[in-house]
Design a protein. Structure first.
Length: 75
């Protein structure tokens, strides 16, 4: 993913982020299967997908934290 994509994810909803994580997890599984079968041409793609998942999860956790903080502040 490019930096622009992560910028767009920051403005998205939590459900969008969860969908993106699911999509990346599927890509990771497919890349791992290809790697194990010896069909992968880009062996470093798995590492990049894992990093992308971590970035999206970080954004998701930050959004959840902010929502909980706002919820507690209003109570």
């Amino acid at each position: 993913m490019k930096k622009q994509d992560f910028g767009n994810l920051k403005t998205g909803s939590t459900s969008d982020l969860e969908k993106k994580i699911g999509q990346l997890e599927k890509e990771k599984t497919d890349a791992l299967i290809e790697l194990r079968m010896g069909k992968a041409k880009n062996v470093h793609s798995l590492k990049q997908i894992k990093k992308d998942i971590a970035k999206v999860k970080t954004i998701l956790n930050a959004k959840i934290f902010i929502q909980e903080k706002e919820k507690n502040a209003s109570s």
